[in-house]
Write a protein that binds this ligand. Structure first.
Ligand code: NAP
Length: 269
C-alpha cells in the first residue's frame, strides 16, 4: 500500500538520524516537503541532502537548534510555514537517553532528559500549533514503552515519556475542536538506531532482547515511518489521543524481561 503526501508539509523535530530521519524519509518519498530540526549543523545538512534527493523535485529545509530553546523552535516553525505553507504533519521525536540506576543519575542528567524529551515536546507543539493546517493537521509524538512499562535504569526516561503521553492526550482534547489530531507512537526496539546501541550495546544482549519480542525480531525504522504515514493520512481521520505501540508486542511483557538482562549487563547483577 502506498500513501500520497504530494503538496503536504511535514516538520520533524529531531529528524536528522535514526527513527526520526526514517519518518522524515517516509514522508519525503511519499511526496511531502519536509523540514527537520536538530542541534548538529552537520547532521542537519546531511539530512536535508538526503531528503531533497528522496525523489525528483524533492524540497527539504533544515534548522540547527535545540528543542530546549523555545524561541529557536518558534523561529524554525515560522520559517517553515513562510517557505512551504501551513503544516499538515508535525512529528516531535527529539530525545536523549542513557542507562543508569536512579542513584547513578545526577540531577543535571535527569533534568537534561526531561528537558529534551518532555519540555522539548511541549515547545515543539506549542510553537507549531499556530502554523498547523486547521482543520486537518496531524501531530505525532514519539514516545517509548518506558511511558507505560516501569523500567529499572530508566527512571528519567520513564518520567519524561509518560509526561509526553499526557501531553498527547491533553493536546488531543484541546485541539480536536480546531481539527488537529494528536497521537503518540511508541516504537519497540528498532534495529540500527542510537537508542538500541545505548541500551543493548552487545550482539549478545541484542539477541536476548529480540527473543523477548513476541514477533521475535527488532523493528525497522520503516515500520515506524509506515505507521506515521497511516496516522497522518485521511485513513486515520477519527484517531486522536492514542498511544500506538509499534513494538512487535514488546511492551506486553518482554520489555521488563529485557530490562533485567540489561541491568545484569550494566551492573553485573
Ligand atoms: P537518535 O538517532 O539519537 O535520534 C534522536 C534525534 O534527536 C537526533 O536527530 C538528535 O540530533 C535529536 N536531538 C537530540 N537532542 C536534541 C535536542 N536537545 N534538540 C534538538 N534535537 C535533538 O535516536 P533514535 O534511537 O532513533 O530515537 C528516536 C526517537 O525514538 C526518540 O524519541 C526515542 O526515545 C524513540 N525511541 C527509540 C527506540 C529505539 O529502539 N531506538 C525505541 C523506543 C523509542 P542532534 O544530535 O543533532 O541534536
Amino acid at each position: 500500500m502506498s500513501f500520497d503526501f504530494t503538496d503536504k508539509n511535514v516538520f520533524v523535530a529531531g529528524g536528522t538520524s535514526g527513527i526520526n530521519l526514517g519518518i522524515a524519509m517516509a514522508f519525503a518519498e511519499a511526496g511531502a516537503r519536509v523540514a527537520v530540526l536538530s542541534r548538529s549543523q552537520a547532521k542537519v545538512d546531511a539530512a536535508v541532502a538526503k531528503l531533497s534527493a528522496a525523489r525528483e523535485g524533492g524540497q527539504a529545509l533544515g534548522f540547527a537548534a535545540d528543542v530546549r530553546e523555545h524561541a529557536l523552535v518558534e523561529a524554525a516553525l515560522a520559517k517553515t510555514q513562510e517557505t512551504f505553507g501551513p503544516l499538515d504533519v508535525l512529528v516531535s521525536g527529539a530525545a536523549g537517553n542513557f542507562p543508569a540506576p536512579a542513584m547513578g543519575i545526577s540531577p543535571k542528567g535527569f533534568r537534561s532528559v526531561v528537558e529534551i524529551d518532555l519540555l522539548g515536546t511541549f515547545h515543539v507543539l506549542r510553537a507549531a500549533l499556530p502554523h498547523m493546517r486547521q482543520p486537518g493537521g496531524s501531530i505525532i509524538n514519539i514516545t517509548a514503552p518506558q511511558s507505560y512499562v516501569p523500567m529499572e535504569m530508566q527512571m528519567h526516561v520513564c518520567a519524561a515519556k509518560a509526561g509526553i503521553d499526557m501531553v498527547t492526550r491533553v493536546g488531543a482534547m484541546e485541539w480536536g475542536p480546531l481539527g488537529v489530531r494528536v497521537n503518540s507512537i511508541s516504537p519497540g526496539p528498532i534495529a540500527d538506531t542510537e537508542g538500541v546501541e545505548r541500551l543493548a550495546p552487545t550482539a549478545e544482549l541484542r539477541a536476548l532482547v529480540a527473543d523477548t519480542v513476541p514477533l521475535k525480531r527488532f523493528g525497522t525504522v520503516r515500520d515506524i515511518g509506515n505507521c506515521c504515514l497511516w496516522l497522518a493520512s485521511p485513513m486515520a481521520s477519527y484517531v486522536t489521543g492514542t498511544v500506538i505501540a509499534v513494538d512487535g508486542g514488546w511492551g506486553l511483557g518482554g520489555a521488563s524481561v529485557s530490562v533485567a538482562a540489561m541491568k545484569k549487563a550494566f551492573m553485573g547483577g
